[in-house]
Design a protein around this ligand. Structure first.
Ligand SMILES: NC(=O)c1ccc[n+]([C@@H]2O[C@H](COP(=O)([O-])OP(=O)(O)OC[C@H]3O[C@@H](n4cnc5c(N)ncnc54)[C@H](O)[C@@H]3O)[C@@H](O)[C@H]2O)c1
Ligand SMILES: [Zn+2]
Ligand SMILES: [Zn+2]
Length: 392
């Protein structure tokens, strides 16, 4: 089959690799019909190289049709499914508490990390990913979400990651009717977090340096702002001088506006792995512009909810401010399955309340992945969300 493989910093290729096979009784193999590129893939592309091996199959936002089903998978050949990016057993201590991204059956204990993820480096178990023609899905008795036949792929596809991640981010932010929410970053995650905020009745401010991302959010009832030195003051002025009740950081560790971090990232990205790995893990190479802005902006006693992914261990944090402002901080990989019952009716609603029809800017053949990664990272050609079609 054909698959997108990681080759090095800012380098992916489409290669012919062996087809996956059933390994456990609860596995299925799916033929992938749509598979998206995520901001998290850009971390692999840019800074997580020390944890990747050339040839690793990447991708964690797939959907498709079951073509082989293990006897205890609970699925049948022909079922149409979306595959959550977090791999969970559904029945361990953590899963019982709906903390699926901490599943104790799939935890990557050798790395000290949580549940296995598709296509996400040695840190998360080196599981072959979903930007491929076929995908082996472990723990398929719990993970895959069976969906209907009527609606097009893009209506369901974002149940794999974007929607549950954004939903969790806003739920952890704790906002409801009459509250105010700011969302840093209007990539796919921020788009959906902002729209979910609006859907739940909050007044939502969305911040992003890229004009077409602001325009997209504005189409969905979000009050948009550029990321400048005045942004936080403007939002404070609009919120009685206090700041919003909660802030979602949907940017993560590659924020624009953190020059020192950028130099360090670039250096680490080009170091030999053995040197870069400990630096990445322990020297704290995050670019924290969005996180620091979130802490500055949130009102006293408010909540900062991190959807954006951070790595590194020694990033300086403004602890005095965090403590003094009595900030609550929540974060983590999405517990995807925990939010599906809330989200499925919304994506199937003909009125499309979250505007899922207005997110994908590019649908391209799998073969175009190298150019698509470059375009998504550089934000050229109005690119906001790319879906690859492995059958085209
Ligand atoms: N927690 C989870 O389970 C989970 C799941 C998926 C993605 N993520 C993370 O969410 C983040 C966003 O993902 P995405 O797919 O939307 O990626 P993306 O790269 O398209 O979006 C990031 C956006 O942030 C904007 N930005 C950069 N610096 C900024 C700043 N200082 N202020 C405001 N905006 C700024 C960029 O212009 C871009 O639009 C990534 O870190 C990704 O790894 C987390
Ligand atoms: Zn993703
Ligand atoms: Zn589990």
């Amino acid at each position: 089959m054909k698959a997108v493989t990681w080759q090095g910093k800012r380098s992916v290729s489409v290669d012919t690799v062996p087809d996956p096979v059933l390994e456990q009784d609860n596995d299925v193999i799916i033929e992938v019909t749509s598979t998206a590129i995520c901001g998290s893939d850009l971390h692999l592309y840019e800074v997580l190289g020390p944890f990747m091996d050339p040839g690793d199959i990447i991708g964690h936002e797939p959907m498709g049709r079951v073509v082989e089903a293990g006897p205890t998978s609970g699925l049948s050949v022909g079922d149409r499914v979306v595959v959550p990016f977090t791999i969970a057993c559904g029945s361990c201590w953590m899963c019982d508490r709906r903390l699926y991204s901490q599943c104790e059956t799939t935890q990557v204990t050798e790395q000290g990390n949580g549940a296995r993820l598709f296509g996400y480096s040695r840190l998360y178990g080196s599981v072959p990913g979903g930007q491929a023609q076929y995908l082996r899905v472990p723990h398929a008795n719990f993970g895959p979400v069976k969906v209907g036949e009527e609606l097009p792929d893009h209506r369901y596809l974002f149940l794999s990651d974007v929607l549950p991640t954004a939903w969790q981010g806003v739920r952890y932010a704790g906002v409801g009717p009459g509250d105010t929410l700011a969302v840093f970053g209007l990539g796919p995650i921020g788009q959906m977090a902002a729209r979910i905020g609006v859907h739940l009745g909050a007044r939502v401010f969305g911040i992003d340096p890229v004009a077409e991302r602001r325009d997209m959010a504005a189409r969905h009832g979000v009050e948009v702002l550029d990321f400048t030195a005045e942004t936080n003051a403007e939002i404070r002025d609009a919120t009685g001088g206090r700041g919003p009740d909660a802030v979602v950081d949907a940017v993560g560790m590659e924020a624009h506006g953190s020059p020192v971090g950028k130099a360090a990232h670039t250096a680490v990205g080009f170091l030999p792995d053995a040197l870069a790995r400990p630096l990445m893990e322990h020297a704290g190479l995050d670019r924290l512009a969005a996180l620091h802005s979130s802490i500055d902006l949130v009102r006293r006693g408010g909540t900062v909810s991190l959807s954006g992914v951070y790595g590194g261990e020694a990033s300086p944090m403004p602890l005095l401010t965090m403590f003094d402002k009595q900030i609550q901080l929540r974060m983590g990989q999405a517990n995807v399955r925990a939010w599906i019952d809330d989200l499925l009716p919304l994506v199937e609603d003909p009125a499309d309340p979250l505007g899922v029809d207005d997110l994908v800017t590019h649908r391209l053949p799998l073969d175009d992945a190298p150019g698509a990664y470059e375009m998504f990272q550089d934000k050229t050609d109005g690119c906001i969300k790319v879906v690859l079609d492995p059958q085209a």
